[in-house]
Design a protein. Sequence first.
Length: 115
Amino acid sequence: QVQVVESGGGLVQPGGSLRLSCTASTSIFRMYAMAWYRRTPGKQRELVARITSGGRTIYGDSVKGRFTVSRDNAANTMYLQMNSLSPEDTAIYYCKGSFSSGDYWGQGTQVTVSS
């Protein structure tokens, strides 16, 4: 059973930055892809960013140019660098790891953008 754990959320002012981390309990060399999603009350879950085992990345339209997804294979960790944050980015951010054994979700980390 693979576990993924998010960290790095918190409160930040508009225009500020945060970096989220998602650490897997197994080598991410085995992953097909890892992704960040977010959810706010009353809205559907939204894909934020995704990175494949080959390093290909895709981003949601609302975060393009502001967020960057990356990974550190040695640390079994995926990152989400979030810049120019706005109140509309306030959400719970979830990590998903896709492996041959299935998809695994973390518990989420809260990001709040407010002055």
